[in-house]
Design a protein around this ligand. Structure first.
Ligand code: TXA
Ligand code: MG
Length: 363
């Protein structure tokens, strides 16, 4: 890839239940020395660098092909490290941290002067998260420094939930990949802006808003922000994001209406010789199966399940892997039926809508 410095990428496997101290120490030492180290977290794999080393952080942007206008999340081993990177902590932020850290929650707080401007893209807030994954935690402890880490995918691609996804995008662009198997949650952390009152969710993610409200009842969902909601999102959310190579359209409505509409599209497309990917809750795939059996047997339709409709956690866990699988199957187009929005469903709907770049059909 043009302009991307080549590195020798070492891949090491670790069992998250029986950590190999030599591997963890090596990963930590590499981070301290300014190298790029890919880490498993409970959400997605992250592309880590020493957050207080501006040159190391510049390497993240180069490896990902990410615009420098899009700030990074700083990962800490413990909430007690927050004063190293944030200037102040509001009462609400402290309460959210106490309840959800370690875990899939990112807090925006006023930035500490010691955090290089490249990390926050020149903003005066900093995004902070304490991951719960035992490997991420152990490596950050071993590094002894805060670790800046975006999702470990090339810019605009689906986020990686396995080391194979990471290597498909970043082999030769990073120094080390720590492989601990598939990530558990599958979508990124929820981002809550605690620099404003009431706090605002700037990205739906691994902690559902329903759960946040138990601690911070006044927390505002991004859709509820008056006026230009898009302007209130995390900057990275405005960019082309999570997109498969195939042209993705999402369908939103009752299952029956969405299924009928998707069936029409599939018939038209396959009739015209195009190959179609179908991404939907298991029940919808089963309802559609008899109608698409012939096309499927000729490989013109490939189905990918988001799991049972009542289990949004299952959809979150497999979402990005399914998008990559459909690309690997070589389909020209993908139709996705959106799951319901409860719990992690909100994050799944958000990612699919963004990946579709505006091609959202209400039925
Ligand atoms: O679960 C996660 O959050 C994963 C794992 C690796 O921790 N990380 C992740 O990072 O998703 P990334 O870079 O793909 O997404 C971070 C988002 C971006 O949309 C970015 O714009 C936003 O966080 N962000 C970071 N710092 C910010 C700031 N100071 N103000 C507003 N948004 C910020
Ligand atoms: Mg990302």
């Amino acid at each position: 890839m043009s302009g991307m410095p080549r590195r020798t990428t070492l891949v090491v496997r670790v069992d998250p239940l029986a950590l190999d101290a030599a591997v963890i120490d090596d990963a930590g030492a590499r981070l301290r020395a300014g190298q790029l180290v890919v880490l498993p977290t409970e959400t997605v794999y992250g592309l880590g660098a020493h957050a207080l080393d501006a040159e190391a952080v510049a390497g993240i942007f180069a490896a990902k092909g990410r615009p420098r206008t899009d700030p990074l999340i700083v990962h800490l081993a413990s909430a007690s490290d927050v004063p190293r990177v944030a200037a102040t902590v509001s009462e609400t932020a402290a309460a959210l941290a106490a309840r959800f850290w370690p875990g899939p929650l990112t807090l925006l707080l006023p930035k500490h002067v010691g955090v290089p401007a490249i990390v926050t893209a020149g903003r005066d807030s900093v995004a902070i998260r304490v991951p719960s994954h035992p490997v991420a935690h152990a490596v950050i402890v071993a590094a002894g420094v805060p670790v800046a880490a975006p999702s470990a995918n090339r810019f605009s691609r689906p986020s990686p939930t396995t080391a194979a996804h990471v290597l498909a995008d970043l082999d030769g662009a990073v120094d080390l990949v720590v492989d601990a198997g598939p990530t558990a949650i599958g979508v990124e952390s929820t981002i809550v802006d605690c620099t404003v009152s009431p706090p605002v969710v700037r990205r739906a993610g691994g902690v559902p808003i329903e759960a946040l409200r138990h601690v911070a009842p006044d927390v505002v969902a991004i859709e509820a922000v008056a006026g230009d909601g898009e302007a209130q999102l995390a900057p990275g959310q405005l960019l082309r994001h999570y997109a498969p190579a195939a042209r993705l359209t999402v369908y939103d409505g009752t299952p029956a209406a969405a299924e009928a509409r998707v069936l029409r599209e599939v018939r038209q497309a396959t009739g015209a010789g195009r190959r179609y990917g179908l991404l939907a809750p298991q029940e919808s795939l089963m309802a559609l199966a008899p109608s698409i059996a012939a096309a499927a047997s000729h490989g013109r339709v490939v189905s990918a399940s988001l799991g049972p409709r009542r289990e949004p956690e299952a959809a979150a866990q497999v979402l990005f892997a399914r998008l990559r699988e459909l690309d690997d199957a070589g389909v020209d187009e993908i139709a996705a039926i959106l799951p319901a929005g409860e719990g992690l469903g909100a994050a799944v709907r958000d990612r699919l809508r963004r990946a579709a770049e505006g091609r959202v059909v209400s039925v």
